[in-house]
Design a protein around this ligand. Structure first.
Ligand code: ZN
Ligand code: ZN
Length: 189
């Protein structure tokens, strides 16, 4: 699981690099790439005029715009309050009367992912997953002996019984955390 506390790996908006777009595009795109960084931003508003544009808030509470040069890109599924992840995001320089933005170049829309949860929820889950024992003890009663069943939704949370699984789902927030964990796993493995 990714260490969300690492601000080199997960920089805030003003910590993003501002290189020429061509430099970023030339970077390798492979699953075991260890040179990537990820912008984490909570979606605040859809401000699409000519290009798909989202106003987002970064981990330090700064608001900024993310635009997609690929105008055919659909923002359906990019919901307010959810988190947008942009792999190898770059920031434009502030120009005369122009605010800096994050521009996702054409052909790089595949580097944008959505996690169906807010920043706070994602950071909290990241913190929990960093602790030992997740998946090795029942997420509801903390029992460690006997066979544990993994949640079929996320494949991360484990339970000792159907009763504990039901409790975890309804009383312990797994209903809302499950899909967040699933998408974290899909992005970072
Ligand atoms: Zn249990
Ligand atoms: Zn689950």
């Amino acid at each position: 699981m990714p260490p969300f506390t690492d601000t080199t790996l997960f920089p805030a908006f003003y910590e993003l690099p501002t290189p020429a777009a061509s430099d970023i595009a030339a970077a390798p795109n492979s699953p075991d790439d260890t040179t990537s960084w990820y912008l984490l931003a909570q979606i605040k508003e859809n401000m699409t005029l000519t290009k798909p544009t989202l106003i987002c808030t970064d981990r330090r509470g700064m608001d900024f715009a993310i635009t997609f040069e690929d105008t055919a890109m659909s923002l359906r599924g990019f919901k307010k309050g959810h988190m947008l992840v942009v792999r190898r995001a770059a920031r434009t320089e502030r120009g005369e009367g122009k605010k800096a933005v994050v521009r996702v170049e054409a052909g790089r829309s595949g580097d944008a992912y959505v996690i169906p949860g807010g920043l706070e929820q994602v950071f909290e889950l990241g913190f929990l997953l960093d602790r030992e024992g997740v998946g090795e003890k029942c997420a509801a009663c903390e029992k460690m002996e006997g066979p544990l069943m993994k949640c079929t939704g996320c494949g991360i949370a484990a339970y000792c019984s159907k009763a504990c699984q039901a409790k975890g789902w309804s009383e312990m927030l797994h209903k809302s955390n499950c899909k967040v964990l699933k998408s974290i796993k899909e992005i970072w493995g």
